[in-house]
Write a protein that binds this ligand. Sequence first.
Ligand SMILES: *Cc1c(COP(=O)(O)O)cnc(C)c1O
Length: 377
Amino acid sequence: MYEIMTPGPTQVRENVRLARSLACTNPDLDPDFYTYYKETCELLSSLLHTHSRSLILGGEGILALEAACATLTEPGDRVLVLDNGVFGKGFADFVRIYGGEPVLYTADYRRALDPEALEAFLRSDHNFKYATLVHCDTPSGMLNDISVLCPLLNKYGILSVVDSVSAMFGEEIHADDCGAGIICGGSQKALSAPPGLAFVTISPDADALMHSRKTPVASFYANLLAFDRWYENQWFPYTMPVSDIHGLRAALKNVRDDRDFVNRHAQIARVSRAAVTAAGLKLHQETGFSNTVTVFDIPEGVSAKEILDMVRQDSNIMLAGSFDVLEGQVIRLGHMGENARPEKMAAVFHALDRALAVLGVPLDAVMEEVFREQLDA
Ligand SMILES: *Cc1c(COP(=O)(O)O)cnc(C)c1O
């Protein structure tokens, strides 16, 4: 087994694995399970500081994104797709699949979305049914400030769909304050449960917009309206993955009971960036650094694959490259959830120091030392 230090899936704590082995009920027929599911959704909402309702969906994180788009989009709808990363742009596909007309607002992939520039655009065009944006665009590690962007979109009457799959919990989210429409999350990132569950948190405005549609949703599995009155009617649109939800509940409690969770993420991210920079490596982004993933450009004379293979074979640690436009361009260190522990990240830097030395990449500093020193500072 490798030590997975990737930006999702992340390591899973033993109490989450054990929770997944609890006895299984029939989730369609057991009244206690409906209550259990409801309480788990409420725990999720409370951790996002919102009164909005949440739903847990049986499917990978992507299902949350697709379900939000499927349920909001009607043929011909104009949808603003905020694009400063691979996932940002990817939303256009979901909009198109469900008959909408995506309008891309494309910005610098190395910088967080600039609210002033966006507002200049919105002044000239704000006739959109909703907008999509990504909280942390994981392939580049780009963090967009949803606490500013969602209110800005609201000011122009545009509901927001936020992909926070790789940011949620690693970044503090005050969903009610920021006024996001639908926030999407997944089990396998900072929550540190295994992959398999997605969740959506739906504001009353988003609820109203979904229910105002005239045409049927062109999907069954991705139709959020299929959950209407699930609790009153004791009925789910499909059989819920009981064991996954037991695990999720344990993982949510881990986050709830860990008072230092967000601070630890912020500190580890800051110190990781310091170590990378001190060594003379180049952080991929210019602005928009996330608490959950650190991304640096591949230095001269070596390939991403060589670094990743060396770290895996030599130190048993799995790091990630990237994909799409960033294929082969960067290395990503995932320090979210159970990965966000000082000792684990110190081991990552130890492994990188060794691998880069063997591969003949000169470094200006020993990253592990910088990491440990600055952590204690
Ligand atoms: C991980 C992730 C998802 C879920 O997608 P998978 O590739 O299926 O894991 C969605 N959005 C973002 C930003 C993610 O990091």
